[in-house]
Design a protein around this ligand. Structure first.
Ligand SMILES: [Zn+2]
Length: 375
């Protein structure tokens, strides 16, 4: 399993100059390579390398490019990847792919290395040691995953190192049925089977305001509404993201505090399950916001070694978590007429999710795969 983390870099002004220079020369090289790839209809890495190597070397003696040979390999990879994505058929003409001066720079393991709190990066003037601005979960991630390739990008003057980590050999806790069920709801953003409600009140209100304004503008459809939507959408999306970060962190901390080895959530992405799941799940207007919350819970959980499973959400809100009979929902209360249980409906749902995950056994095949639901 591969995960990408976006690491903010604390660059000095001298380092910024060096990175900008690298970015410019790297993307110039990509453009040169792309023109050859287009003319020769070649986007196989090895073949393109053989075609290009001599030209790049002769350019270097002419002083046109000073990109090191390993960075040239990275530029070739970038160009090949860009052409491969297009899936050009034999009869089709080949477009020339242009790389912007500010496009990202591909790094492989030979052009960067990680130290404690810093990353050593290749530049045209030798290696530089750049401070990484690491959050708590990123530190956990770095400790547990095997670093692979990375993209260096600059957004609004801020440099980021988007690093791919391989978790295929990472150790997760052995699943022993200590499951925390998490229900994502409309009233509270999340409820856990341990009895906690998260992201209600102010947080939910903040997020809903952000989402409903977007919704209004989307349904309006006028030109000015579209312009405003474009303007605000980045800001609103960032706000939802902020709220989801807070709530997901709290959920993972709760799982750790309760001594759980697994977090179970409902599968929102499986379309078949969604249809069977009934009105409650289907009617959720802002699916992407929930999907993002799940994604955040998943990567934060994995970063601390917790398993994540997804269960089929059918009946999780209608059934009593204790006796599995269909009960009655009265606003936020769930009432079971068979065993007499009365509790918050979201908490009841989270206990159902926990029950389903425990009874299915924590099958490893379902771990980390939101498209496969335990039924
Ligand atoms: Zn009951």
């Amino acid at each position: 399993m591969l995960r990408t983390i976006s690491i903010k870099l604390d660059t000095t002004s001298e380092q910024q100059v060096l990175l900008e220079q690298l970015q410019r020369v790297f993307n110039q090289a990509c453009n040169t390579i792309a023109s050859i790839a287009m003319k020769r209809r070649c986007w196989n890495r090895v073949a393109l390398h053989n075609l290009i190597y001599h030209q790049i070397r002769s350019d270097q003696t002419n002083g046109q490019t000073v990109l090191g040979s390993q960075m040239v390999c990275n530029a070739i990879k970038t160009v090949c990847d860009a052409y491969n994505v297009l899936k050009i058929k034999k009869a089709e003409s080949v477009p020339l792919i242009m790389f912007r001066q500010k496009a990202s720079v591909h790094f492989d393991k030979r052009t960067y290395s990680l130290r404690t709190g810093t990353v050593s990066l290749y530049t045209l003037s030798g290696r530089i040691l750049v401070q990484m601005n690491l959050g708590e979960f990123q530190q956990n991630y770095l400790q547990r995953g095997r670093p692979k390739e990375a993209e260096l990008i600059c957004k609004n003057g801020q440099w980021f190192f988007n690093l791919v980590l391989d978790f295929s050999d990472a150790q997760l806790l052995p699943p022993e049925g200590k499951v925390l069920g998490v229900d994502l709801g409309e009233n509270n953003l999340a409820a856990t089977s341990s009895g906690k409600l998260f992201g209600g009140g102010a947080l939910r209100h903040e997020r809903d305001c952000a989402l409903s304004l977007r919704k209004q503008l989307q349904s309006n459809g006028s030109k000015s509404a579209k312009q405003l939507l474009k303007k605000i959408s980045g800001r609103e999306a960032r706000h939802v993201k902020h709220v989801n970060h807070i709530v997901s962190k709290a959920i993972v901390q709760e799982a750790q505090a309760m001594g759980c080895d697994t977090i179970a959530m409902e599968s929102l992405t499986n379309i078949r399950c969604r249809i069977r799941a009934g009105k409650r799940v289907r009617s959720r207007l802002h699916r992407w916001a929930w999907a993002q919350l799940q994604e955040f819970v998943q990567y934060k959980a994995e970063a601390v070694g917790l398993n994540v499973v997804f269960v089929n959400p059918a009946y999780t809100s209608q059934k009593c978590a204790e006796c599995e009979q269909i009960g009655v929902r009265q606003k936020h209360r769930f009432v079971c007429n068979f065993c007499g249980v009365q509790r918050h409906s979201d908490l009841n749902a989270s206990r159902n999710i926990r029950r389903i995950a425990v009874s299915a056994g924590t099958a490893t095949g379902t771990v980390n795969c939101p498209n496969v639901a335990i039924t």
